[in-house]
Design a protein around this ligand. Structure first.
Ligand SMILES: NC(=O)c1ccc[n+]([C@@H]2O[C@H](COP(=O)([O-])OP(=O)(O)OC[C@H]3O[C@@H](n4cnc5c(N)ncnc54)[C@H](OP(=O)(O)O)[C@@H]3O)[C@@H](O)[C@H]2O)c1
Length: 336
């Protein structure tokens, strides 16, 4: 089968950063689906793995953790899907990714594709949706329809995760949503997705929050550049507030939260698949619930840009764009 992968940790400007190659078609394990890939999205995890995780000698690692496709075969004990079903999922970090014609994936972390979306529109959603959902409901502990009279500050609102988190918070809670964006187009995007207010993460956050009349917030989703923003976020958090972090800060001073008895929560969307936690099937269930919300017109795709067919040349362009930190919604590639 056609696949795109990497054999070394190379900068995206290197011609061999990603290569087209021929890989054997995988066979599904007991709980797996074999999926024929139709479309994929690119996330920051793709370039981070490409640059930082050594590839075993002689291997070519297939990246890609967002896919939409059709089930071609199911493992002996898979029960939720049958051949021909259309699915969307992020997959597991510890298994080969979705930048290939076929992929095997544990059915418990797979959702039925929203019927009202095209393949590309659906591929934009899974990884960021799982992240945003788990952050909001499992880590910050927000109740469905809860949060009345409370505020949520989302740092990096127009990125992949922010674009779906704004929508989930707006549609499924009563929170007052303040998102950050630094450009006119990303600011307008955040508002169109449901942010009540947008402030600029390139300017001092505290002054802008005061100007909004919300000097302190109840919850913070620190999605991007947390290391830089953390002192201002600790300042902006109400006593007994909650902050959830998803990126890779090298050092943050958690003592800044002590005086306020504020809590820090990690969200890592690969935890459930990496450790096969007892509640791993929650990810398939939440993707199904989100598909129903999309088909009911309450949530929309976060597709921002189409980068053409799934091949090394187009994926290199997509990686370079995501590495720039300038994404508005998701970058998607479709077909081989
Ligand atoms: N833990 C997990 O499970 C998990 C899951 C998904 C992602 N992540 C990580 O979370 C981070 C965000 O992911 P993503 O997919 O949302 O990224 P993304 O789509 O690449 O984010 C792009 C956005 O970042 C904003 N941004 C750029 N510089 C910023 C700054 N200094 N402060 C605040 N925002 C800034 C940009 O807004 P403007 O253009 O308006 O400046 C842009 O819209 C990445 O590090 C990713 O690896 C973790």
């Amino acid at each position: 089968m056609k696949a795109v992968g990497h054999r070394a940790n190379l900068p995206i400007t290197d011609p061999n950063a990603l290569v087209d190659f021929d890989a054997p078609k995988p066979a599904p394990d007991a709980r797996d689906l074999l999926v024929k890939i139709a479309a994929v999205a690119v996330n920051p995890v793709d370039w981070k793995v490409r640059l930082k995780f050594p590839v075993p000698a002689g291997e070519t690692r297939i990246l890609g953790w967002d896919a939409c496709g059709t089930v071609e075969a199911v493992g002996a004990s898979a029960r939720r899907f049958k051949p021909g079903d259309q699915v969307y999922y992020a997959g597991a970090l510890v298994r080969p990714g979705s930048n290939a014609e076929y992929q095997t994936v544990d059915e418990r972390i797979v959702g039925h594709k929203p019927k009202s979306l095209s393949n590309a529109e659906a591929a934009a959603l899974p990884l960021t949706t799982i992240t945003a959902w788990e952050l909001l409901f499992d880590r910050l502990g927000m109740a469905r329809d809860g949060g009345k009279g409370q505020s949520l500050l989302i740092i990096g609102g127009a990125g992949g995760v922010g674009s779906i988190l704004i929508q989930l918070a707006r549609q499924l809670t009563a929170l007052d949503i303040i998102a950050t964006a630094s450009r006119p187009e990303t600011s307008a995007w955040c508002r169109s997705l449901g942010a009540h207010q947008v402030i600029d993460h390139a300017k001092p956050l505290g002054d802008q929050l005061k100007a909004l009349g919300t000097p302190q917030v109840d919850c913070i989703a620190a999605l991007t550049e947390t290391e830089t923003h953390f002192p201002a976020l600790a300042e902006a958090l109400k006593p007994q507030g909650r902050i959830a972090v998803i990126d890779d800060p090298k050092a943050i001073d958690v003592n800044l939260l002590k005086r306020k008895s504020a809590s820090l929560h990690w969200e890592f969307m690969f935890t459930r698949s990496m450790f096969e936690t007892a509640d791993i099937a929650q990810q398939g269930a939440l993707l199904d619930e989100v598909a129903a919300l999309v088909d009911a017109g309450r949530l929309r795709t976060t597709l921002g840009e189409r980068y053409g067919a799934i091949n090394a040349a187009n994926l290199k362009r997509a990686h370079a764009f995501i590495e720039s930190g300038k994404a508005k919604g998701k970058v998607v590639l479709e077909g081989f």
